[in-house]
Design a protein. Structure first.
Length: 123
């Protein structure tokens, strides 16, 4: 029984794949890209917070104000530190900061004196 060197098998398979892609007319940039997923209506500045919350499996995620600042890369506006409604009231605009957690299917429960916010997942 004759053994075919593995290098030849891999080279033949790679050549076959290249030929198939070429015949299909798929541009090189689109060959290995993932399908587009719809982007939530979250302001770009708050996208890191959305991404963090969206990728957590815990029902409750508690973050300190300092952790939120680290995620965002900037300090939230002063009402975030003094007014609980900043975290809970959606101002109606499509580009509201609250979209960061509502798009992640969470509600925010701030405890201003403790300088933390608990983000609860909605069922």
């Amino acid at each position: 029984m004759t053994s075919i060197p593995m290098r030849r098998v891999i080279a033949a398979a790679a050549a076959w794949l290249r030929a198939c892609r070429h015949r299909l007319g798929v541009p090189a940039s689109a060959r290995t890209t993932a399908p587009d997923t719809p982007r939530p209506a979250v302001p770009a500045a708050y996208m890191p917070l959305f991404t963090y919350l969206n990728r957590r499996y815990a029902v409750t995620v508690v973050l300190t104000f300092e952790q939120i600042e680290a995620l965002l890369g900037f300090a939230p506006p002063s009402p975030a530190f003094a007014d609980a409604e900043w975290w809970t009231v959606h101002d109606g605009s499509e580009r509201s900061h609250t979209a960061a957690w509502t798009a992640a299917r969470r509600s925010a429960a701030p405890q201003l004196s403790a300088r933390i916010v608990a983000f609860e997942r909605h069922p």
